[in-house]
Design a binder for this molecule. Structure first.
Ligand code: C5P
Length: 396
């Protein structure tokens, strides 16, 4: 996917810059040409020599370096690439990009380019959470800039939280997704995944045993076929897929809102195990054991997201629901298809004895208007690939 592609890699000033050296190696191993641009702050963290040696190309550093201007003008440099990647993208770099500044080579290239731009933010968690960075991020997204990461974890500054630059493999996946070709290139597909959490009080919630593994595998398989994937996930226990647009939610109502926001799409794959009910009288303070009576929870029905999408004025061409059943799997799935108004139902038996929920394998039945197909038991990643192939056939 990356062979022969030209990537201009702008290395900003952050401790994560060392990871960009590894990214250069990985890009080159995948067959891409890397033109490195080092900001003044970036050069405090990695040396031009190591960057140039790994890239096998000259490092561009200064807007007013006449030698560079005679060899390759900055406008030409900004357009010669197929993609511009900023890694690490500091809070300051994001602010400059959002504001349209062009006061050094990197920002000038980013303003002058007519090519897609992908950023891998990296900064202290307070800086990431700051309202200004939030605003800048929203602006950059609205401007069509792709964003990968940041991850949560231990930070070089000693704190813990979101702000770590995405790992080079994840950045590589996101770059590959940007160049995606395949039967689903140009198609936008929504995938819902994972459980939902329905709060009882600020610290307790109702959930289910969905791991998010099947939905994650489906998002990945769709991405690999070139789809632009919006992945709306509840609090899953498996890692988010890379190279897709992740929207993390908690409750069924949050998920409905995120799904609404994602429309229109060409296809929707609703693999989430959405809670059917929520606690209507969720407590605003933690329920204390000392209270006289045992607490009484009142339930109300959650919105049915699949049904809503199936009857939406922006209904996708293909709507796929899931049916996790513990008995009469195919019969229940067949009636569910009609009741929900979706095109296909992927049905599976989630009785504990099957080991499917939370496990690595799945055994599904595909229920369509034409009948029922029984697929053999196989890894969830294979189920995902087969389903993605079928989706590609249905959409093209
Ligand atoms: O009604 P049931 O939960 O058995 O149907 C399962 C299918 O419906 C799944 O595709 C699930 O994602 C979807 N669903 C939903 N919103 C709900 C409940 C289920 O989208 N509130």
């Amino acid at each position: 996917m990356l062979a022969g592609k030209h990537v201009t890699l702008i290395i900003g000033g952050g401790i994560a810059a060392y990871k960009s050296l590894d990214l250069i190696r990985k890009l080159r191993r995948a067959g891409a040409h890397v033109t490195p641009v080092l900001t003044r702050a970036g050069a405090e963290f990695v040396t031009p020599l190591s960057v140039a040696a790994l890239a096998g190309e000259q490092v561009y550093q200064d807007l007013f370096d006449l030698k560079d201007e005679t060899e390759m003008g900055h406008i030409q440099l900004s357009r010669a690439a197929d993609l511009l990647v900023v890694a690490p993208a500091t809070a300051d770099m994001m602010a400059k990009m959002a504001g349209g500044h062009a006061d050094d080579l990197a920002t000038t290239l980013l303003l002058a380019t007519d090519k897609p731009v992908l950023i891998a933010p990296a900064m202290n968690l307070r800086m990431w959470d700051h309202a200004a960075t939030r605003r800048n991020l929203a602006q950059l997204r609205a401007d069509g800039v792709g964003v990968v990461g940041p991850d949560s974890g231990d930070m070089a500054c000693g704190e813990f939280g979101p702000g770590r630059m995405a790992e080079p493999d994840a950045i590589l996946d996101a770059i590959a997704a940007g160049f995606a070709s395949g039967p689903l290139a140009g198609k936008r597909v929504l995938v819902t995944s994972g459980p939902t959490h329905e709060p009882i009080d600020p610290v307790r919630y109702i959930a289910n045993r969905s791991s998010g593994a099947q939905g994650t595998a489906i998002a990945t398989a769709l991405r690999d076929l070139g789809a632009d994937v919006v992945f709306v996930t509840g609090p899953a226990s498996v890692a988010h897929p890379t190279g897709v647009h992740v929207v993390a939610v908690e409750t069924a109502r949050d998920m409905l809102q995120a799904v609404h926001d994602a429309l229109p799409v060409d296809a929707a794959v609703m693999a989430a195990a959405v809670a059917d009910w929520r606690v209507e009288n969720a407590f605003t303070q933690k329920i204390k054991k000392t209270t006289q009576a045992t607490p009484e929870l009142m339930f109300s029905e959650n919105p049915d997201i699949l049904k809503t999408v199936s009857s939406h004025e922006l209904r996708p061409k293909l709507v796929i629901g899931f049916a996790a059943e513990t008995e009469n799997v195919v019969a229940n799935a067949t009636t569910k298809r009609a009741r929900k108004g979706c095109d296909w139902i992927v049905a599976n038996d989630v009785s504990p004895a099957t080991g499917i929920m939370g496990g690595a394998e799945n055994s599904v039945h595909l229920v369509t208007a034409h009948g029922v197909e029984d697929w053999p038991r196989m890894p969830k990643t294979d189920v995902a690939r087969q389903l993605a192939d079928r989706i590609a056939k249905a959409l093209t």
